[in-house]
Design a protein. Sequence first.
Length: 166
Amino acid sequence: MFSLRVDDEVEIRLLEERHADEVYALVDANREHLRPWLPWVDGTRSADDTRAFIRTALEGFAAGREHAAALRFRGELAGGIGLDVNAQMRHGEIGLNRVQILCAAHNVRSCAVPERLGFRMEGTLREFERVGERFHDIRVYAMLAAEWPGQVEREAAGKVEGKAEA
């Protein structure tokens, strides 16, 4: 299964059904913090609910539509990340031309992630996502492949050596 070592402390790993108990425990322990930002929190009432989500996400992964992954910090589950993929429009997946991150505008911690990674905030989708009875503004952050740190240097090196990167 998919796994990406970001650095010595951080790893991104595709969720598998065997992770359901661990993921549910983290969601349950952080329910109050997550509830204002994520519409699925109250519908996640058991590890079986989480297992069903992971099963559906794996079907989406097999079909090339989505990626649901665990973020691990120093080996411990710290959170999750999901990517919806539109291959025809070349949106969403690392390795395509554009990576986009959507965050609730008032969720300071979530917005700090793309900002720290150097993504550009392109705009705000007003009252775009409904969570409970409240609508949230959503910030759109994006990075193009050519803007990815080190990409320009890698492309220049490939041209100098007479080869292009895939």
